[in-house]
Structures are given as structure tokens and as C-alpha cells.
Design a protein around this ligand. Structure first.
Ligand code: MG
Length: 459
């Protein structure tokens, strides 16, 4: 076996949203969680907040991870089953060394994952994850002496602290006065322990769906896609609710259904909150990733704000928001980031903000119709990994349009449309994503660029 040079890059563990794998395979079993806990503890060197989503394997992975942390001398503060943003808030609010969330977000029930939180409550920066990966692979773990081992204590007030903060940041009086009725689908996830409580405290009448934490996800899979949200759409239509909303499994994301029963893609709530953040701040910067709809840029500019596009990935959006002191940000998948609370995607805060907007301004459908609607179209095309860079350079060089953005892939804007050709990080494909005022135009644009990629590949 060839010895690995010391400075060789350690194999990567963390993906864009922590480490994920199928439980009780070598990628996510108790031995792995224990060893990763030791690596995290060696890096964090202080008290660590820990929580899980509602998955059946949460207890096992959490216990193993906590054992690893305690072995390095870190105390563990166990928040129980809570949303990811609750752990993030607890880390920042209690000024601890960091946090760990045991979650696989919207993945199927057999998955689980381990995600690290930096002391400021944001998802861990990549350079810090690399330090943990290095410790993990080198097995250079801190070993506390018998008398200085860490202990695990329950931390039972994280949800109340989190809700106090959210309620303190919205116009709770206006929400109470508006007498709103909403339907909420907690997707049998961590939101079950938080969102109904929040609605009660805000004096909102509500009906719940799937509001018991259950790792088998009996209601539907925990990704809030149009297919998984048919029940709540039906409920909103039949029940005459002011709106409906659905969380993903760890409640960092929220998708809304308006009073007419329209499923609103995450871009729509992102645009509406951007509009109000810029209106309130008399301008300001909104940060989102390159795949977001133009409606976000339109809404931002309607109220005097400016937009900054980043690479795809919520930790990247959050860090750019901090760097540029942005007034709002998020991603098109329903992950909205409200900097007045914290720099991370926040499902419950998203619900509270939309309640406030409806209480102040009226029906959600009317608010949505003030923002332009566009049609989007997505296709894929094959491309060997070793030719992706060359194809992107050629596309960028020959691009005809008003504006070119190469932040993440090649995005070409022309008047009221754009096309984004982006290489997949995991598969030998390009994703071609377009947006235009009509579906016909969006489809043509995406198909034209798919053909262009195929033509360039033959060169
Ligand atoms: Mg999630």
C-alpha cells in the first residue's frame, strides 16, 4: 500500500448539508457516529448543543455522537427533538462552542445525518469541516482523563427561547388582532414540537396535519414537493383558510399554499419576504443563489433593494449575508434566512413572517399577484466530468445576452428571461434550467442550450 503523503487532502465526509447516509450501513452507524463525535469534540473543545429530528435512528446516532464528545471532555446539552434552526439559535444564544444536529432533512426514512453548527449559529463553514475531517481520518482525538470526561445534560428550554425570539421579532399584536386561520403540515417532523406552539402563542386558529413526530413519515415523504402536499392543498381549499404551510423534516424550510389553494414554489415566498425586508429597510441587499427565480430580483428592486447571487448552498448564502450585512436572503427551495433572528434557514420564522405580512397587508394571493410570475423549465444532458469545465468556458465565451453570471455554472440573462447551465457535483450531467414569461419560451430556451451543449461535446 502506498503511504499517503502528510499534506494529501483527507477524503471528504461532509456534503453541502452535513454527513448523510443509510443507517446501520458503514456510512452511518454507531461506530461512525462515535468516531465523528470524537473528531468534533477534539475540534470544538467546549460545551456542545445537540438535537435530533424525528427519525427512528435519532436516539442511536445522538447517543453514539454524544459518547464521542464526552470522551474528549466536552459537555453535551441535549435539546431533544427540535428543528435545526432551534439548535442553531440555542448555540448562538447560549454562546457554547458549537452544535450538532442529527438530521437527514428531507431524505427517506432509512437515512440519517450529522450536521455541525459554528458558534455563531450558522451552518459550519467548509474550512472548519475540513479540520474535523482531518482529525477524523488521522484519529488524532483528544482523550480526556477519567476525572475530566464530559457529561450529558438535558437542555429543556431551547424551544421556548427560540419561540420567544421569533415572537419578539414580528408584530405579534397585529397577528393576534387579524384573527387568522391557517392549516399547517408538520410532515411528522421536528416542527410538530414547535409550530403549533408558536401559532397558539400568536393567537392564530389552526388545523394541523401530520403533527406527531414519527420517523416512518406515515403522512408523506418529508420533502415538501407538490406531490407530497396534495392533502394540505385540499384542506386549504376546502376549509377557507387564510393560507397553509408545510415544513420539511427538520423544519428549516417552509412551503406556502395561498388562500386560493395555489402551491407557491419557494421563490415566491422568498420574493415576498425580500419585498417587505427592502421596504422596511428602505432598500438593502438581498442574497440568493443563482437558481432563484427572477421574481426575487424584481421584488427586491421594486422596493429599492439590490440583489447578490451566490453559488448554490445555504451556508454560502448565509456567509455572504453576514459579509455584506444583507437585509434578507435564502434559497428557492423554501429556505428563508431572516438576519434579524439568525443567519440560517428558518421554517418557523418563515411562518411567523408570512402571518405578519398577511395581518398587515391582506390576502396572501393578492400579495403574491403584486410580484411578477414566470415559468421555469428544467432539462438534463449528459457530459463526462472531465469535459465540464471546457464546455462551460465555451458557453461563456459565445454567450449572447444582456448579462453573464459565472458564479456557479453559466447563467445568461436576456431581457425577461435567463438560462443556467450548471454541472452536477455528483453525476456526469449538466442541468439546464431556464426561466421566461411563458412556458413556451422557457422550454425553448432550455432545449436550445441543451442542444448547444450536445453540439459542443461533439467538437
Ligand atoms: Mg431541511
Amino acid at each position: 500500500m502506498t503511504p499517503q503523503p502528510k499534506d494529501m487532502e483527507a477524503p471528504r465526509l461532509f456534503g453541502t448539508n452535513g454527513v448523510r447516509g443509510v443507517v446501520n450501513t458503514s456510512e452511518m452507524d454507531s461506530a461512525f457516529a462515535l468516531r465523528l463525535g470524537q473528531a468534533i469534540g477534539t475540534y470544538m473543545r467546549g460545551p456542545v448543543m445537540i438535537g435530533t429530528d424525528a427519525r427512528a435512528s435519532g436516539q442511536m446516532i445522538k447517543s453514539a455522537c454524544a459518547a464521542g464528545l464526552m470522551a474528549t471532555g466536552c459537555d453535551v446539552l441535549d435539546c431533544g427533538v427540535v428543528p435545526t434552526p432551534t439548535i442553531q439559535f440555542a448555540v448562538k444564544n447560549n454562546k457554547v462552542a458549537g452544535g450538532i444536529m442529527i438530521t437527514a432533512s428531507h431524505n427517506p426514512p432509512e437515512f440519517n445525518g450529522i450536521k455541525c453548527i459554528d458558534p455563531d449559529g450558522t451552518e459550519m463553514a467548509r474550512q472548519n469541516e475540513e479540520k474535523i475531517e482531518r482529525i477524523f481520518h488521522d484519529k488524532s482525538f483528544a482523550r480526556a482523563d477519567w476525572s475530566s470526561l464530559g457529561v450529558t445534560r438535558p437542555y429543556t428550554t431551547s424551544i421556548d427561547e427560540y419561540l420567544d425570539a421569533i415572537i419578539g421579532l414580528v408584530d405579534a399584536q397585529a397577528i393576534r388582532k387579524a384573527g387568522l386561520r391557517v392549516a399547517v403540515d408538520c410532515s411528522n417532523g421536528a416542527a410538530s414540537n414547535v409550530t403549533p406552539k408558536m401559532l397558539e402563542r400568536l393567537g392564530v386558529k389552526y388545523v394541523t396535519l401530520n403533527a406527531d413526530p414519527n420517523g416512518a413519515f406515515p403522512g408523506h415523504n418529508s420533502e415538501p414537493t407538490p406531490e407530497n402536499t396534495k392533502d394540505i392543498v385540499g384542506l386549504v381549499k376546502a376549509g377557507g383558510f387564510d393560507f397553509g404551510f408545510v415544513h420539511d423534516g427538520d423544519a428549516d424550510r417552509t412551503i406556502f399554499i395561498d388562500d386560493t389553494g395555489r402551491y407557491l414554489y419557494g421563490d415566491r415566498s422568498l420574493a415576498l419576504c425580500a419585498y417587505h425586508a427592502c421596504k422596511k429597510n428602505k432598500g438593502g441587499l438581498v442574497v440568493t443563489s443563482v437558481g432563484s427565480s427572477m421574481c426575487v430580483e424584481d421584488a427586491t428592486k421594486m422596493t429599492g433593494g439590490d440583489i447578490l447571487y451566490t453559488m448554490v448552498g445555504s451556508p454560502i448564502v448565509a456567509r455572504e449575508m453576514i459579509k455584506h450585512n444583507a437585509v434578507f436572503g435564502g434559497e428557492e427551495n423554501g429556505g428563508l434566512i431572516f438576519p434579524e433572528l439568525q443567519h440560517c434557514r428558518d421554517g418557523a420564522m418563515s411562518g411567523a413572517k408570512i402571518l405578519e405580512i398577511v395581518a398587515h397587508h391582506g390576502k396572501l394571493s393578492d400579495q403574491m399577484d403584486k410580484i411578477p410570475w414566470y415559468s421555469q423549465y428544467k432539462v438534463k444532458t449528459k457530459c463526462p466530468n472531465d469535459r465540464k469545465q471546457e464546455i462551460m468556458s465555451k458557453l461563456a465565451a459565445s454567450a449572447k445576452g444582456d448579462r453573464l453570471d459565472t458564479t456557479d455554472g453559466v447563467k445568461i440573462f436576456s431581457k425577461k428571461s435567463w438560462v443556467l447551465v450548471r454541472p452536477s457535483g455528483t453525476e456526469p450531467i449538466f442541468r439546464v434550467f431556464s426561466e421566461a414569461p411563458t412556458m413556451e419560451d422557457a422550454k425553448k430556451l432550455a432545449e436550445d442550450y441543451k442542444t448547444e451543449v450536445e453540439r459542443l461535446l461533439k467538437e
